[in-house]
Design a protein. Structure first.
Length: 364
């Protein structure tokens, strides 16, 4: 909408004023020649005309009639809903600090500006920033999480080794080389669980031990079959390269608790369902033992099969029990710690605000 000039207002009022002036002049001129009755009618008509002109002027100003532009124009609402971006940014930064422990530079800038406005020096401003930094950072209980995952992984490693030993014994082959290969592979894969728990050194140690055991198994196979042993040695070398590459690429950075809590909550739900399925599978295997004995006519093969199945199911159940219990405990501990961290950050903010309000009453 184009802005109207202020000259439009006099131009709009002039016709109304001219009509009123002509009407008054005519009335004054006719007043001396009219009888009392027509004079009263003329006076009444003049009043009606002036009142109509006044009403028309008011309607124009109010915007319901022909508009008067310029200074007397009706009020036009041109304001648009606006958000105070500085306030919103500061509120978001404060909420992120209290709830998640993320200390945004914007929050530190506002604290510094407030300190300068209150007449505090740079040293006091730095102390206020250090108060906020000291309470920042909601970290996950990674040590407890690492212990749970390593314990569950070691249980799986032992269960796989026992199952392979039972199978090798039933088949009448050497026991040690398959055990070395399986346990070495399991430990090598276990290093990724350590990396997920932000423990790269532990992951490197597990990877090297696993690759070493796999290499020993490859050496045992090499004595019996150079071709098979050579292929296994190549796999061991590839595992060593992968272990070193994974250790170099990953850094020991603790993820925020909010991310870890979301992941653990989803993992816990999956572990519960898997544990119920494993219980059902175990019940089926042990219940159908007589049926399997009648179906398979080879007692030796049946014994080996049931033994391996028993070890496998027991391993899976132990793994799920340890992993599920440890995950649930980690969630409980982490949530308690997170609530304590949030309370500490609230207190830090209160101390900073109190010091900004009255440095003498609330010294840092």
């Amino acid at each position: 909408m184009a802005e109207a000039s202020t000259a439009d207002a006099p131009l709009a009022i002039v016709p109304r004023a001219a009509i009123a002036l002509v009407a008054v002049v005519v009335y004054l001129g006719a007043r001396t020649v009219l009888d009392p009755a027509p004079l009263a009618a003329a006076r009444f008509g003049l009043g009606i005309l002036l009142f109509a002109l006044l009403v028309d002027l008011g309607r124009s100003i109010a915007g319901t009639g022909r508009p008067i532009r310029g200074a007397l124009a009706p009020h036009q609402q041109r304001a648009r809903p606006q958000v105070d971006e500085d306030y919103e940014d500061l509120r978001s930064a404060m909420q992120a600090y209290v709830e998640e422990g993320r200390l945004a530079p914007l929050l530190l800038d506002h604290v510094h500006q407030a300190a300068q406005a209150r007449g505090l020096g740079d040293a006091a401003s730095q102390r206020l920033a250090e108060q906020l930094r000291a309470a920042a950072g909601a970290r996950a209980p990674t040590r407890a999480l690492l212990g749970v995952r390593l314990l569950a992984g070691i249980v799986v490693t032992l269960g796989l080794g026992l199952a392979v030993a039972s199978l090798a014994q039933g088949l009448g082959i050497a026991i040690v080389p398959p055990i070395l290969l399986v346990t070495g592979t399991s430990l090598t894969m276990l290093q990724w669980r350590a990396h997920q728990a932000s423990a790269p050194k532990t992951g490197l140690a597990l990877g090297l031990v696993g690759v070493g055991l796999f290499g020993l198994g490859a050496l045992r196979f090499f004595t019996a079959s150079p071709l098979t042993g050579g292929l296994l040695a190549v796999l061991a070398l590839a595992g060593l390269v992968a272990t070193l590459h994974t250790t170099i690429r990953n850094e020991a950075t603790d993820p925020p608790w909010g991310v870890v809590e979301h992941q653990l909550s989803g993992t816990l739900a999956k572990l519960r369902r898997a544990f119920l399925l494993a219980l059902g599978a175990g019940a089926v295997v042990f219940t159908l033992d007589p049926l399997l004995a009648g179906f398979l006519s080879l007692p030796g093969a049946l014994d080996v099969t049931l033994e391996v199945a028993t070890v496998a199911i027991a391993t899976v159940l132990a793994f799920l029990a340890i992993e599920g219990t440890g995950t649930a405990l980690t969630l409980v501990v982490g949530r308690r710690r997170a609530e304590g961290d949030r309370q500490a950050r609230r207190e830090a903010v209160d101390r900073v605000l109190a010091h900004l309000e009255d440095p003498q009453e609330a010294p840092l």
